[in-house]
Design a protein around this ligand. Sequence first.
Ligand code: TYD
Length: 144
Amino acid sequence: MQVIKYVFQPHGDERGQLISLEEFKDIPFGIKRVYYMYNTGDGVTRGFHAHKSLQQILVCIHGSCKIKLDNGKEKKVVPLEKPYEGLYVSNIMWREMYDFSPDAVLMVLASELYDESDYIRNYDEFLNYVKNGGATTSAEEVIK
Ligand code: TYD
């Protein structure tokens, strides 16, 4: 399983750092929604779902956390601890977010508006969806 991490270009000078993210340029899809998580309690794990179509980029813009990705065949844990790194999460990818530092802010750039019908919230249903050939979109395909 290939993990795609984007390293964004900071525009730094003596005043500090600034990162700008533009759709189809820095991000491989059109950005329809941005949301972020903060004040995540100690020991909390979030996520526990996959999406049929939605693609996302996760950026831990402050603090740190870990993301477990699972494509139904393989699992990988990706630490996110740099505000200039973005983890690409394709559709049909089970994800769990955990080990949030108390100061963590996890920002998500999403390719679609919020749509509950795009969620797969049951792990067995997810495995069946993978087995029955639900197509995964890769960042490389999207960016062409
Ligand atoms: P939830 O799906 O439980 O978050 P996570 O995947 O991180 O565990 O979402 C928490 C609540 O926020 C839930 O009531 C749905 C709502 N929500 C929105 O209204 N819009 C959104 O874009 C998202 C991601 C969640």
